[in-house]
Ligand binder design. Structure first.
Ligand code: AMP
Length: 562
């Protein structure tokens, strides 16, 4: 397929604020493509050339790209930079300056971008510039716009993973209904390109058979929340397992012999950040396995330290030095794969039994502290004990035979319970920033308030929940315009009522933790609810699709009124 058709579709998508139109346009494009092109399109549409967990990077910044544009267009670098400054967008600058006919196929674009990513080491900067310049020479203006934006990681069409899954379902099964099946595969193997290609070449049955692949991260299972601890009985029944809820970073470790890779909850490869965990995972009593746990900072006695301490280990440089200063321990709570066999469809007690046999306890790796309870009193006592030790809370896990590992899902098989829940409504929510309002007076020149949304996972939409202006330090306020990416026009997945339209739309990418006084029903917000007196707590390293869901809010409010 010609890349000009892709560019035309991207241009249409950019102009629409309708999610339905976005899906249909994408579906049309996918339907006309070969399986290999479908694979490329699944990545390119998200502004990437590989799945999100991959470490493949193009490694080109704006000044390198400006040089390629200059070479391709015959303009001076100064002229190119002037255009970039004027438009604020290197993509538009390329479009204005490059005037070729454009004969590119999708495979030319994908192949060239892959070639750029492979160039490493001495001399690679110049080589990358030349290769991109050659591609741009063969591009039309509009094609150049999108090539440049993809290279710079600035595509931002507003299509999320789920929109692409919807479009794939429509293109290859005729309706959106198949999305659930595609989504299940995506939770276990979060590689949209592979799923798209399998669907296009072998059909839905083949997608349903997609299973765990070692060194491809599985999307993490998440917790629901309850209003009263006594609700556990109704939601789960007894017995239940109750575990310490550690406040660190979720880490999924994959092992094959001496080969180990660690992945974060966002599916980023964090292997190099935690050398001591890698060492400990190598010693597990299994040749091949995948374990799930929380990495925490520990003191000399092995006690858990606060999240803020652990945060200092999230770094690119001085890793060894910080590993000595702030030791980390992985508290393991699940086993998803063992010796070539997936365990995610087995019950939690069975998985845990195998996990106990697999873990070789050390300071750097041990089982999460837990107890099996037959009564609420037992849960409450364990909760008190954990709180005294400064725990973030507890996670209550179903021991029912149906307690499978629900990858990427926030279901009732895991329930979190935190001290905040006991103190009325000091609970926190993970919200997505979708808009901002300019500040006045002391806050002029920065944003005075942010429009925040919860996630409606059934419809892949962000529904407004509060206007947030407090809890920020002066420094945090000042950096907001730089930190948040302005979206031209309303992002398709943001659903907003007229009276809430922000001064600036923000790309729905940033997740923040927000606390509030209480939740009320609200006609002003598209979620139907409002968080009153919201206060910013901290930035979260979560994907927007991992934000607090409409379902969670419904559960909380229903239970309060009943
Ligand atoms: P939240 O981010 O508040 O929705 O809580 C879910 C997170 O708690 C998980 O993603 C884990 O990172 C973390 N966590 C800490 N301890 C446990 C545990 N024992 N079981 C499951 N999740 C845990």
């Amino acid at each position: 397929m010609k890349f000009s058709q892709v560019a035309k579709t991207y241009n249409e998508i950019e102009k629409t604020s309708s999610l339905i139109q976005m899906r249909e346009r994408l579906a049309l494009l996918l339907k006309k493509s070969t399986p290999e092109e479908v694979k490329a399109l699944c990545y390119l549409t998200l502004g990437r050339i590989a799945p999100s967990y991959s470490t493949i990077l193009l490694g080109m910044g704006e000044s390198m790209v400006a040089k390629s544009i200059a070479k391709a267009s015959g303009e001076s670098i100064e002229e190119v930079k002037r255009h970039i400054k004027k438009t604020g967008d290197a993509g538009l600058a390329a479009e204005n300056l490059i005037k070729s006919k454009g004969k590119l196929e999708i495979k030319d674009v994908m192949g060239t971008l892959e070639k750029i990513a492979k160039k490493k080491g001495a001399g690679s900067v110049q080589e990358k510039i030349e290769i991109l310049a050659d591609l741009l020479k063969k591009s039309s203006g509009i094609e150049a716009r999108y090539v440049v934006r993809i290279v710079l990681g600035q595509l931002r069409l507003g299509a999320g993973d789920k929109t692409i899954l919807d479009a794939l379902a429509i293109a290859y099964t005729g309706t959106q209904k198949a999305r659930q099946k595609l989504e299940r595969a995506y939770h276990i193997r979060p590689d949209l390109g592979e799923i798209g290609k399998t669907l296009a070449s072998k059909g839905l049955r083949a997608v349903e058979k997609i299973g765990i692949k070692l060194f491809v991260p599985i999307q993490a299972m998440l917790c629901q929340r309850i209003r009263e601890l006594s609700d556990v009985e109704e939601k789960m029944g007894f017995p239940v397992a109750v575990e310490h809820k550690y406040d660190g970073e979720r880490v999924q470790a994959h092992k094959r012999g001496d080969q180990v890779r660690l992945f974060s909850r966002r599916l980023d490869d964090v292997t190099s950040q935690f050398p001591e965990i890698v060492k400990a995972v190598k010693k597990l009593k299994a040749k091949k396995c995948i374990i799930d746990g929380e990495a925490i900072a520990i003191d000399k006695e092995g006690n858990a330290l606060p999240f803020q301490t652990m945060m200092q280990r999230r770094r690119k440089y001085e890793i060894e030095e910080y590993a000595k200063k702030i030791p980390i321990s992985l508290r393991v709570f699940d086993l998803l794969y063992l010796e070539g066999k997936s365990l995610i469809d087995e019950s939690y007690p069975k998985r845990h039994e195998k996990l106990e046999k697999t873990v070789k306890k050390s300071k750097q790796l041990e089982l999460a502290e837990r107890i099996v309870c037959e009564s609420l009193q037992c849960i409450d006592e364990f909760f008190e004990k954990m709180c005294e030790r400064g725990a973030e809370g507890i996670v209550i896990k179903s021991m029912d035979p149906s307690s499978t590992y629900e990858a990427g899902t926030r279901g009732w098989k895991w329930i979190k319970w935190k001290p905040e829940y006991m103190r009325g409504m000091r609970d926190t929510f993970d919200l997505v920033i979708i808009g901002a309002y300019w500040g006045r007076g002391k806050r002029s020149g920065t944003y005075g308030a942010l429009l925040c949304a919860i996630y409606d996972d059934k419809n892949d939409k962000f529904l407004t929940f509060c206007k947030l202006g407090s809890g920020f330090t002066d420094a945090q306020l000042k950096e907001l315009p730089k930190k948040l990416t302005v979206h031209k026009g309303k992002p398709a997945r943001a659903s907003v009522k007229k009276n809430m339209i922000p001064d600036v739309w923000i790309s729905p990418e940033t997740v923040i933790e927000v606390t509030g006084a209480n939740i009320t029903k609200s006609p002003s917000h598209t979620s139907g609810y409002a968080l009153r007196f919201p206060r910013f707590v901290r930035y979260r390293k979560k994907k927007p699709s991992q934000a607090t869901t409409l379902e969670e809010i419904k559960t909380l409010t229903q239970e309060r009124t009943s």
